[in-house]
Design a protein around this ligand. Sequence first.
Ligand code: ADP
Ligand code: MG
Length: 225
Amino acid sequence: MAALVQVEQVHKSFALGTTQVHALRGISLQVHVGEFMAVVGASGSGKSTLLNMIGCLDEPDQGRVLLGGQDVSHLSDRERSQLRNRKIGFIFQSFNLVPVLSVAENVELPLLLHKELEQKARAARVAQALADVDLTDFAVQWPDKLSGGQRQRVAIARALVTQPDLVLADEPTANLDSETTQRLVELMADLNKKRGVTFVFSTHDEKLMGRVDRLVRIRDGQEVA
Ligand code: ADP
Ligand code: MG
């Protein structure tokens, strides 16, 4: 079966003053449907840059990224945001919830672009996503009333609600204590097993590595064996 994600020889640099920072130096990898995979590396190794490429938040200078066989390296902004909204769920280190929306409204947000879904269908999706992360009782709560672990579960629900092919999580546990971190990773592993959600998350936390199907280690923008 073709890989869900193919990253081929991707390079990415950023201008920093008069110098260039080489964030990715010809990295290649594949992610298969149903995998629970971690990208592990020290701070500055290129994890976020890599996930941003896969998640169509940014584009490579050289090389290609394919999603389900489609080259997504150089799409227009519009194509890129449509693809993100339909195919990819993204979970950020800092949760990125909208403070003036309730938990349920935050989860519903990406569905508002799915014009084919009526209000009732949206509500059913939101209810299911909240149940999946065990937050049914918090639907009408404001995000800032929740703990960090609960907020990140809202972000997971928001990522899942569109039923994406792929969920990317960029250091989702970096702002959580170790017990909450363990529970969050268990939850992601569970959603992977029970719902078949393909997960790629980045971490610099060695303790999480035993939980995953596959580990890709990166250093200085390249995979290390
Ligand atoms: P990680 O997520 O593993 O900490 P990043 O992908 O954020 O690593 O960063 C890789 C390298 O690229 C670092 O040296 C970082 O400073 C640099 N970098 C990332 N994004 C930018 C940017 N927008 N502008 C300048 N440098 C950047
Ligand atoms: Mg990062």
